[in-house]
Ligand binder design. Structure first.
Ligand SMILES: *[C@@H]1O[C@H](CO)[C@@H](O)[C@H](O)[C@H]1NC(C)=O
Ligand SMILES: *[C@@H]1O[C@H](CO)[C@@H](O)[C@H](O)[C@H]1NC(C)=O
Ligand SMILES: *[C@@H]1O[C@H](CO)[C@@H](O)[C@H](O)[C@H]1NC(C)=O
Ligand SMILES: *[C@@H]1O[C@H](CO)[C@@H](O)[C@H](O)[C@H]1NC(C)=O
Ligand SMILES: *[C@@H]1O[C@H](CO)[C@@H](O)[C@H](O)[C@H]1NC(C)=O
Ligand SMILES: *[C@@H]1O[C@H](CO)[C@@H](O)[C@H](O)[C@H]1NC(C)=O
Ligand SMILES: *[C@@H]1O[C@H](CO)[C@@H](O)[C@H](O)[C@H]1NC(C)=O
Ligand SMILES: *[C@@H]1O[C@H](CO)[C@@H](O)[C@H](O)[C@H]1NC(C)=O
Ligand SMILES: *[C@@H]1O[C@H](CO)[C@@H](O)[C@H](O)[C@H]1NC(C)=O
Ligand SMILES: *[C@@H]1O[C@H](CO)[C@@H](O)[C@H](O)[C@H]1NC(C)=O
Length: 878
């Protein structure tokens, strides 16, 4: 649905711009996914218009309306004293020499712009370039401060002759973009070229629905939309340079990553496939070639981290955008290639699974991380920013491997609005000696032949946009031959997960929930003594334990390491629960991940599971009103899950054993191991997923279509409501005389008006008829066949509260009118065996008999493969 919308609007967009901007945009540009509304190329120090090597037309700034009117009194035009062959082209052939404050003014539209500044630092007009230091400001941001293009270029590796700096500035208030040059005292400024290009509004500072994680805390980081950015690196990982005219319309330059790889051996061959862009990753995000080339780990993947390193200025936040896309034939499913992402040796992401993120092969996806780079010495200097990846063995993926397709690194402006770092010290070619702030410097200054990357021109549209950017011109580099010899299928298959004895240096969130050592847990449970077991299930055991010297009682859930899905569920549960806090949700206290253990520590729930108080236990039955309150509490918890967080969270495993009761009988929803985030877009009402859940509670619609919505939880909750009313399991398999499916049985009874016959005998005489009717109505509506016909959890909460009021009103009346409940309440509830037999005249999955199930639309194989069904075999549940 949304794809169609996207295509239509994109088409309209093209139509509009081909009409509006046809005069200024060349023919080829019509094919690009983005057409800039603002686009200026200013050749500084020149009075004519010239084309660059890409065929883009640059206007001289001498008589430009964007230059100050007294330009000839305040600056000089000059040509370079010498011209490196690599930069013998527009806009490097001329420069404007500036001796006092000097402002270029561009009329632009509101929104973010690239500003690209071009510098070729050589002597101009007999001025020593080593004496040029200057400031550049724009829109209140300091882009460069006491900047020396000469020192900067001298320190660059690989060696270059010229420099292109790219900034992103958000034009907010008026439709003017000023770029001001101010020389340092007794110095002068110069510039060779200025480029301003607009970009899509949310390209780099995305809307609130896109999460940016702060490393290492893994909390959501909000990039202030008033921040300015400087592009430091933009790489086509594992591929060749992508020229500016092959970008998506913004003339960004994508360089190969060879110069930044620290340990990286293999990359799969480029496959010529077409990429399916999405609403979250629109076609302008990155060119197709970026997504069809990649770097992976090769056959030694367990021995090393796939690692890159990037020199950056300390004292700033950095935004890393990692681009991913699976196109290799071997990887088509979730959990085939799962890896950990480290940024600066800290865990940025566990369980990175591109297929899971994107939903399939050939669908691109990107992830954003922000990290602060500090300087251990406390002074501003260059530091290395490390990016590394390692297979996520805890997840037992099919291949031990990792992948990266593209990478962009931006510096974020500080509180003072500055992006400027200190100048590097001068790096001289052959001299030995101290000036080495950049590590592993080699003293060979290659004279590189630079590709020129400058394009066609656009003069004045009425709407203009500005963009700043920086890129280093470098020698075009070929992909290393070493890599191309690696066979692409040479990953180590992890047929046996126990092969690796590595303990994962886990860094799950530690600020939001506590990390326990294994010693703490073994001492809390007397080394997992059976006497401490308070529950068991397919996932493993739950123990009661005391931590903090006995001060706190906790429930300790130890996941069975042999469960394949376990690792992901473990991760999900921590990720979800550590961020959610609600009276009716179980609180996660912490976790333990030592020694490949997967242990979760929760608040201890003194009264155990709801089911324990309904049937199959010798516990005192709970009175009706208290049952209603428990249902209301659980419904509130689910309502919060569905609507309280930024994105809908679907529990997927609502059942009476996942509703726990604390010492005050407050209901708490637990067990988020199967939870799934709901769809991001409103237009997308479901998420497609492999069916998971517990037998007897699974929404038949979800089962048939494999499309999960929050209404699937509503269905399961309806089953729980009838469990509470009837005190019998959702499914009874081995007694042919009893109806198999509670849901079916209860709905039939409700419709026939015989619900009172199936009520828990222990509640005899307790339930007011109008309350029972309302309760039955709520339960029945939850179990409707079509999700859209079922109420939302807020309606369920409301309906149950109303039922409680009806009950209270009836009790009051009974007291006022003689102290007894109305006679109708006293009608005996039928014992379970007298319930109506279920007829199975349709093919719903969980109705009728066991044989019927195997004939159902879903293969029996899949049923067996789901770990949750192990709970059927082990009816103790937990
Ligand atoms: C040039 O014009 C700007 C404003 O347009 C002014 O601030 C500056 O002082 C002028 N410079 C000279 C040398 O007149
Ligand atoms: C620029 O210099 C010329 C000649 O030196 C002078 O006539 C003119 O007034 C000056 N313009 C400004 C704006 O200072
Ligand atoms: C620039 O000129 C100075 C003297 O004015 C000279 O010492 C220096 O070598 C020149 N630099 C270059 C790169 O030519
Ligand atoms: C500018 O930087 C140079 C060298 O990095 C330094 O010598 C000079 O003092 C600085 N000037 C200012 C005004 O900061
Ligand atoms: C841009 O510069 C011009 C001339 O220096 C000045 O009049 C104007 O106020 C500036 N606008 C902004 C938004 O800085
Ligand atoms: C920036 O964010 C503020 C609130 O955080 C919002 O009001 C404003 O519209 C945003 N501006 C832009 C240009 O997106
Ligand atoms: C742009 O991409 C096409 C197709 O990949 C390629 O043939 C062409 O050489 C590229 N252009 C430049 C300037 O690199
Ligand atoms: C990995 O690949 C290299 C080169 O293809 C080969 O020499 C080496 O033996 C392989 N190692 C393993 C463990 O397969
Ligand atoms: C990979 O990097 C992480 C973080 O720096 C480190 O903890 C781990 O030991 C590295 N693994 C290997 C195999 O080098
Ligand atoms: C990060 O890891 C790299 C190698 O993986 C190592 O060289 C570097 O020293 C580490 N940095 C820190 C701060 O530990």
């Amino acid at each position: 649905m949304f794809t169609i919308t996207l295509h239509i609007s994109f088409f309209l967009y093209l139509l509009f711009y081909t009409t509006a901007a046809a005069a200024t945009i060349g023919d080829t540009a019509n094919a690009t996914p983005y057409i800039p509304s603002d686009y200026f190329l200013l050749d500084c120090g020149s009075s004519s218009s010239l084309n660059d090597a890409e065929g883009r037309k640059w206007s001289g700034d001498a008589r430009s309306k964007f230059s100050p009117s007294n330009i000839s009194n305040t600056s000089l035009e000059s040509t370079a004293s010498k011209q490196d062959p690599s930069v013998n082209r527009v806009p490097y052939m001329t420069a404007r020499i500036i001796h006092s404050q000097f402002t270029y003014t561009f009329p632009v539209s509101i929104g973010p712009k690239f500003i690209r500044l071009y510098f070729y630092p050589v002597n101009y007009s007999n001025l020593d370039i080593a004496n040029s230091f200057f400031y550049v400001t724009s829109g209140g941001y300091t882009l460069l401060s006491n900047f020396s293009a000469f020192l900067t270029v001298s320190a660059m590796k690989p060696a270059v002759a010229s420099l292109r700096k790219e900034f992103i500035v958000n034009v907010r208030n008026n439709q003017i973009l000023n770029i001001t040059f101010l020389p340092s005292p007794n110095s002068y400024a110069f510039v060779n070229g200025i480029e301003v290009v607009s970009m899509p509004e949310n390209l780099y500072i995305p809307g609130s629905d896109h999460q940016i994680l702060l490393v290492p805390n893994q909390i959501v980081f909000n990039i202030d939309n008033s921040s300015a950015l400087e592009t430091l690196y933009r790489l086509n990982v594992g591929g060749n340079e992508v020229s500016i005219t092959n970008d998506t319309g913004m003339f960004r330059l994508w360089l190969p990553d060879d110069d930044y790889t620290y340990s990286a051996y293999g990359f799969p061959p480029h496959r010529e496939v077409s990429i399916q862009y999405t609403k979250d990753t629109p076609p302008y995000t990155a060119p197709q070639i970026v997504y069809t080339t990649s770097r992976t780990m090769g056959n030694d993947s367990l021995r090393y981290n796939l690692t890159w390193k990037f020199p950056v200025d300390s004292g700033f936040y950095y935004l890393l955008r990692l681009h991913f896309c699976e196109i290799q034939l071997e990887v088509t499913l979730e959990n085939q290639r799962v890896f950990i992402i480290y940024i600066n040796n800290q865990t940025a992401q566990r369980g990175a699974d591109v297929i899971q993120w994107s939903g399939g092969t050939r669908i691109p996806v990107f992830k954003d991380y922000v990290i602060m780079v500090t300087d251990p010495d406390g002074r501003q200097s260059k530091q290395d920013l490390w990016l590394a990846m390692y297979p996520e063995l805890d997840f037992r993926p099919e291949y031990a491997d990792a992948i990266l397709n593209g990478l962009e690194i931006f510096k974020l402006s500080g509180k003072d609005g500055s992006l400027a770092g200190a100048n590097p010290e001068l790096v001289l070619s052959p001299l030995p000696g101290p000036p080495t702030l950049s590590p592993q410097k080699k003293n060979n200054k290659k004279t590189s032949s630079l590709p020129v990357i400058i394009g066609t021109v656009v003069g004045g549209g009425s709407v203009l946009v500005f963009i700043l950017g920086f890129l280093i011109f470098r020698r075009r580099r070929r992909v290393k031959a070493l890599g191309s010899t690696q066979p692409k299928s040479s990953w180590v298959p992890l047929s046996d997960g126990s092969k690796s004895t590595k303990t994962s240096g886990s860094s799950l969130p530690s600020d939001l929930c506590r990390r326990f050592s294994l010693e703490e847990i073994t001492s809390a449970t007397c080394n997992f003594d059976d006497n401490f077991v308070i529950g068991a299930g397919g996932f493993g055991n739950v123990y009661k334990g005391h931590i903090d010297n006995g001060a706190t009682t906790v429930a300790i859930k130890r996941l069975n390491p042999s469960s394949n899905q376990g690792a992901r569920e473990f991760q999900t549960e921590i990720g979800m629960l550590s961020k959610l806090r609600h009276l009716h949700l179980v609180s996660l206290i912490g976790y333990c991940n030592d020694n490949r253990e997967m242990i979760l520590i929760y608040d201890y729930m003194a009264h155990g599971t709801l089911r324990d108080h309904l049937y199959k236990s010798k516990k005192q039955p709970i009175p009706w009103k208290q049952r209603l309150q428990i249902c209301i509490g659980a419904a509130r918890g689910l309502h919060y899950l569905h609507t309280g967080a930024k994105r809908t969270i679907i529990h997927r495993d609502v059942k009476s054993t996942n509703i726990l009761l604390d010492e005050k009988w407050v209901a708490k929803v637990s067990d988020f191991g199967l939870s799934k985030l709901g769809p991001k877009d409103v237009g997308h009402s479901h998420v497609s997923t492999v069916v998971k859940g517990s037998f007897g509670y699974i929404d038949p619609e979800y089962y048939k279509r494999q499309q999960l919505t929050e209404k699937s939880d509503v269905y399961s909750f309806g089953v729980v409501l009838f469990e509470v009313l009837c005190a019998r399991p959702a499914i009874i398999l081995n007694f042919p005389e009893e109806p198999v499916s509670l849901a079916e049985w209860a709905r039939n009874s409700y419709r026939k008006g015989t619900l009172d016959r199936i009520v828990d005998p222990n509640l005899k005489g307790e339930i007011a008829p109008e309350c029972l009717r309302k309760f039955g109505e709520v339960g029945d509506s939850c179990l409707r066949d079509n999700g859209i016909d079922r109420p939302g959890m807020n309606d369920v909460v409301w309906g149950l509260e109303f039922a409680l009021q009806l009950q209270e009103a009836a009790e009051k009346m009974a007291h006022g009118g003689g102290g007894l409940l109305p006679a109708a309440l006293a009608s005996p509830s039928a014992p379970l065996l007298h319930g109506e037999a279920t007829t199975t005249d349709d093919d719903e999955v969980f109705t009728g008999s066991v044989e019927n199930m195997s004939r159902s639309t879903v293969s029996n194989e899949r049923l067996k493969s789901e770990t949750v069904f192990s709970e059927i075999m082990n009816p103790a549940g937990r």
